[in-house]
Design a protein around this ligand. Structure first.
Ligand SMILES: C[S@@+](CC[C@H](N)C(=O)[O-])C[C@H]1O[C@@H](n2cnc3c(N)ncnc32)[C@H](O)[C@@H]1O
Length: 226
């Protein structure tokens, strides 16, 4: 066992998602996949065969849909537990996704490799978004797109326990409860062009109710180009 001072934030994050993976996957099986696919298609453009990277792919939520749209998809995550469920889903849905254990801050890919970098429910958990955004941009082709999906934290009620690490770690996460202005500042600092925060259509917000029975917050897409 590692001494407390040797346990890095990313180790805590990895263990958290390994432990939560079955629960997380079950709780998120309520999304309207057909609608999501349509919205992804609009955002990424109609070309097929794009090289797509899904960061913090988890159980493959975006990666599987991007593969179903006819793209060449890589999903990276620190949690093998999450990805092992993703691999099962890929078999069930008969699509090919390359799941790879890799930190989003230190990607194993060459410069200018991907047409599109996506992620979902990941921004809030980044320990140093400046480092992450710079790294994502590195692996994007010139003109490539980055699209980060995240729920609007405005008016967000108490997060579900799966979205809580520890008080100490949560307080360090710069985008834990970020607003649109903050996302834009990070995107611009990373040098992304045409950055914008898109409010996704309202019916993308699932019917699933939260613990305290309030409606889920709407989805945002934080968009930029290299
Ligand atoms: C809330 S889950 C979202 C999973 C999936 N994107 C989805 O929307 O269903 C966050 C995921 O990001 C992964 N993650 C968090 N920080 C990461 C990092 N720095 N590098 C790679 N993966 C990371 C976690 O292991 C977890 O699987």
């Amino acid at each position: 066992m590692k001494a407390k001072e040797d346990v890095k934030d990313i180790d805590i994050i990895e263990k958290h998602w390994d432990d939560y993976s079955p629960e997380f996957d079950e709780a998120h099986a309520t999304e309207d996949i057909d609608l999501w696919r349509e919205e992804l298609f609009k955002l990424t453009g109609e070309k097929k065969g794009l090289k797509v990277l899904d960061i913090g792919t988890g159980t493959g939520f975006l990666a599987l849909m991007m593969a179903e749209l006819g793209n060449e998809v890589y999903g990276v995550d620190v949690s093998e537990g999450m990805m092992s469920i993703g691999k099962e889903h890929a078999k069930e849905r008969n699509v090919d996704v390359k799941f790879i254990k890799n930190e989003g801050e230190n990607l194993q890919f060459d410069d200018d490799f991907f047409d599109v970098v996506v992620n979902c429910r990941v921004l809030w958990t980044l320990v140093d978004p400046d480092v992450s955004f710079k790294e994502w941009k590195r692996v994007m082709k010139p003109g490539g797109k980055v699209i980060s999906f995240i729920r609007d934290s405005k008016g967000m009620h108490k997060p579900k326990k799966e979205f809580i690490y520890s008080k100490e770690l949560d307080e360090k996460l710069p985008l834990r409860k970020a607003d649109e202005k903050t996302y834009m500042e990070y995107m611009e600092r990373a040098g992304f062009k045409n950055s914008k925060v898109i409010r996704m259509r309202e019916d993308l917000t699932v019917k699933r109710e939260t613990d305290d029975n309030k409606k889920m917050s709407p989805w945002l897409a934080v968009y930029g180009e290299k």
